[in-house]
Every structure is written in C-alpha cells, then in structure tokens.
Ligand binder design. Structure first.
Ligand code: UDP
Ligand code: MG
Length: 316
C-alpha cells in the first residue's frame, strides 16, 4: 500500500456521494495502490451510515473509523494517520471545498523529491471578512515566527511522506502546524496552488474564534520545535535579562543615594528591582525543571533528539 487519503468527516451527509465519486474518478488512472481512511468525528446526521455503505461495498479501498463523540478535526486527522498504512498520506476535507482531482498533481510534486507538498488555496472561496482576512494575517505571523514560509497553513489538502508525520502528536488545532514540525526534522517542503470551491452543502464548523486558537497553538509549537530539547535557553535568557535589569536598577539607586543623597527605600524603583530579581531567579529555576522534564520525555520514549533521513549499510 503506498497512498492513504485521510478524510475527517463531521456532519457531511450531502457532500459524501460527490466526494466518493470524485475520489474514484481521480484514483482510477493513478498508478498507486491506495486506501481512503474516513474518520467519522461523531456526526449526528447520516454521514456514518453513508460511510458504512461505501466501506462495505469496497473493502479493498475504503476504511472507516468512527468516534464516539465529536473530538474535532485535528483528533480525527490524528486517528486517520494512526489507522492508515500508506507511505504517502494525503489529507483532505470531506466537504468538497478541497478538490480530490488535485491529488495526482500533489503526488507528482512529491515524486520530485519533496517530503511535504502544501496545498495553497490561492483563490479561496470562503467569507472574506470572517475567514480569509484573519487567516491571511495568521499565515503571515506563523511564517514569520517559525521561519517556514507558506501562504496557507490552514488548507487541509496537503501531501506528506509518512516519515515526517511520525513522532508529532497532534493536539488542539495543530494539524496545520505539521509543516513546522516537518521542517524541524529536516523535511523538504514546497507549496503548490490547489483548487478551492465554495461549500455547497452543510455548514462550516468554524468561525473567527479559531484564529485565536491557532495563534495560541503557535506559541506551543514554536516552543516545542525550537526549544523543546533546550528549554533552559528560553527560561534562562528571560531570567538572565530580568536579573540584569534588577542589577542595573539597583546600581542606579545606589549611585543616586551616594552622590545625590536620594533615599533608596522611598523609591518605587526598589520594589521593581526586587520583583525583577525574584522573577528572574524563578525563571531560571523553571528552566531547570523544564530541562528535567525534557530528559524524562526523550528518555522514557527512547526518543532521540535528532532525525535521520537515510542510512547506508547500517544493520538495525
Ligand atoms: N471536521 C471534523 N470535525 C470537526 C469539524 C470539522 O471532522 O469537529 C471536518 C469537516 O467535516 C470537514 C473538515 O473537517 O471535512 C473541515 O471542516 P470545515 O469545512 O467546517 O472547515 P472550513 O473549511 O470552514 O475551514
Ligand atoms: Mg470546509
């Protein structure tokens, strides 16, 4: 098996027949063995029944995992990855906003030697004010903070080599940050415009509030990717900066006391000095605790702190 298409489904009954048609039409001429892994994310309409029918009709290609309740798109994607077997994974929305017909193009790009091909909804058919604009800003911020420059983190339609997904647990809204993680383990990443269609049936499950969640997740991802093996660099720098500020303030207070006879105790700067010092000290101690956690994390799972692309003549 070399291609798995992973599709999260939440209340998409009216989109499913078209989606299946489109997948079959697309995959017929493609020269890969393939499976489509559907995750029913606790749908309350007929999605599950419809998926079951298709799965029974075509056990060779259609897999189905059904959640007990709605766990969210990211959890559904995580399950899809866990239960798929392909060396290549394509993520796809079930609502026909992504176009399955783009799959061969993404595969061809992967074949050029990339590990991740990111779909970019260059002409996006969502609400301009509540969705497209906030998402444009979010994409700019994410690119700037992470140094991985993509136009469209939010587009589900992307192609991945399985290796770059392994070892990254997905929480919150984090499936969109897979490229950041992939980059941190040395993946070759590129992007490619894909088609985008307006939603014809059913409703979007998201609004503007998602942008806030995405930005909060960005903090976690940035920390995990850049500092997870050296947290003391973050806490220590912050702590060092605070202690230094405290020392400078204190020196200033002493000089004022000695040369200008201004009392130290009455100055509001004194509590500030103390605060900086205490926070700085705390920060360094937290950094040391984080260092211990990191060691537990890596060593308990025997998770190395590096990733290897290729091995030659190495016996496992
Ligand atoms: N989805 C899901 N669980 C959820 C929300 C959404 O599995 O809790 C699926 C949904 O069925 C669709 C995809 O995730 O296949 C994207 O959702 P949606 O179209 O609502 O997002 P948008 O395109 O508006 O960003
Ligand atoms: Mg959609």
């Amino acid at each position: 098996m070399n291609l798995s298409i992973v599709i999260p489904v939440y209340n998409e009954q009216d989109n499913l027949p078209m989606l299946f048609d489109s997948i079959y039409t697309t995959m017929k001429p493609v020269n890969h063995s393939w499976e489509a892994v559907f995750i029913d994310d606790g749908s309350r309409d007929n999605s599950l029944q419809i998926l079951q029918e298709y799965a029974q009709k075509d056990p060779e290609h259609i897999r189905l995992v059904s959640f007990r309740r709605n766990f969210g798109q990211t959890a559904a994607i995580a399950a899809g990855i866990d239960y798929s077997v392909g060396e290549i994974i394509i993520l796809l929305d079930a609502d026909m906003q992504n176009d399955p017909a783009d799959i061969p193009m993404l595969l061809a790009k992967l074949d050029e030697g990339y590990d991740l091909v990111s779909g970019w909804r260059k002409i996006r058919k969502d609400n301009a004010i509540t969705r497209n604009f906030p998402s444009m800003i979010a994409n700019k911020i994410i690119s700037w903070v992470t140094g991985v420059h993509l136009h469209d983190y939010g587009c589900t339609l992307k192609a991945y080599r399985r290796e770059v997904l392994e070892g990254f647990r997905l929480y919150g809204e984090m499936h969109r940050f897979i490229p950041v993680y992939a980059n941190s383990v040395g993946a070759k990443i590129t992007e490619m415009p894909v088609r985008h269609h307006p939603r014809r049936f059913g409703k979007t499950k998201y609004g503007m509030e998602r942008t806030v969640k995405v930005i909060l997740d960005l903090f976690t991802v940035k920390f995990l990717v850049s500092y997870s093996s050296k947290p003391i660099y973050v806490f220590g720098s912050a702590g060092g900066f605070l202690i230094l500020s405290s020392a400078i303030l204190l020196t200033y207070l002493f000089i004022r006391r000695i040369f200008f006879a201004v009392g130290i105790a009455s100055s509001p700067l004194l509590p500030l000095t103390a605060m900086f010092f205490i926070l700085g000290f705390q920060s360094i101690l937290m950094g040391l605790i984080a260092e211990m956690l990191v060691r537990t994390y890596h060593e308990s799972q025997r998770k190395p702190t590096y990733t290897i692309r290729k091995k030659i003549n190495i016996n496992e």
